[in-house]
Design a binder for this molecule. Sequence first.
Ligand SMILES: N[C@@H](CCC(=O)N[C@@H](CS)C(=O)NCC(=O)O)C(=O)O
Length: 303
Amino acid sequence: MGGGDRKGIEMVTDEIKGGAFVRQPNRFTDPLTAEAGRYRLLVSLACPWAHRTLIVRRLLGLEDAISVGVVDPIRDERGWRFPQADPVTGATYLSELYLASDPSFTGRYTVPCVWDTQDRRLTTNDFPNITLEFETTLAPLHAEGAPDLYPAALRPEIDEINDLVYRTLNNGVYRAGFATEQYVYEEAARGVFATLDVLEERLATRRYLLGDAVTEADVRLYPTLARFDAAYHGHFKCNLRRLVDYPNLWGYARDLYAIPAFGETTDFDHIKRHYYGTHPHVNPTGIVPIGPLTDWTEPHDRA
Ligand SMILES: N[C@@H](CCC(=O)N[C@@H](CS)C(=O)NCC(=O)O)C(=O)O
C-alpha cells in the first residue's frame, strides 16, 4: 500500500478491500524497558487509540517517566504534523520519525507511537500493546498506590471484553464510517449497536466493566464513547441511537469523565475538527457541525 506520492484519500481507499476498511499491520513492535525519561509518547488528542495511552499514563502516574508530544488535529496529505517542531525529537512531521526509524517504510504514519530518545528510533506503534506494557513492563516506574489496571486474575475476562469491544466498537465505528458498500456499512453499524446494547445491560449491575474498579477494559471502551455523539453518530453514520440515549452507558461515561485521567485527556474540539476535517472521502466539505450540546459534567448516580 501507499508509495512515494501518498494522498489523504488514497491512503484510506488503498485499505478498502471488498468495501471494507482493513488496518495495516503495526510496523514497530519492540518491547519497552522500565527506564524513566527514555521514551517520548507521540499522540493525537483526537485519536481513540492514542487516547488510551494518555489515560493509562496518567492513571499510573507515568507523567514524569514518559514525556508526550501532541500533533495538530488536522492531518493533510503529509500526515500528522506538530504545531511547532517537537522539542524532544526535532520532528515537524511524524513521518520524519517513521522514516528515520525505517527509511523503506511506505505505510501510514500512525499515532500512538513511542520514540526512544536514546536510540533515536521508534520502539513501537503497536497500539494494543502500548497500554499493556505501561501496566506491566513499566510497573517499576508507577506512582506509589497506582491502580492495577490489568490484574492477573481478571485478564481472561478483560481480554474477552476487549476483543468484542475492539471488533465491534473501537474498530466497528471505523468499519461503518469507511465502508464503501452498503451491506458492509450496515453490518458494521448494526454490530456497533448490538454491542452497545450488551454493555448497557452489563453496566446495569456493575459500576465499571469488571466491577468496582477501573481496568484496561474501561480504558479501551471510554475513548469510543467519548467520540460517539461528537463524531461517530454523524460522521461515521452510527446513528441508530446516541450515547446519551443509553442511561447506563451515558452515566458510566460521565463517571469516567469525572476522573482527571479520563476527563482531562478528552478534547472534544480536537475530536470534532479531526474527524470532520480529515476524511474528505467521508465529509468532502470538511464542515464541522456546531453540535451536539452535551454536558459531560452532569451529575451521575453510578457510585
Ligand atoms: N496503528 C493502527 C491504529 C492507529 C491509528 O489508526 N491511528 C490513526 C489515528 S486514529 C492514524 O494515525 N492515522 C494516520 C493515517 O491514517 O495517515 C493502524 O495503523 O491502523
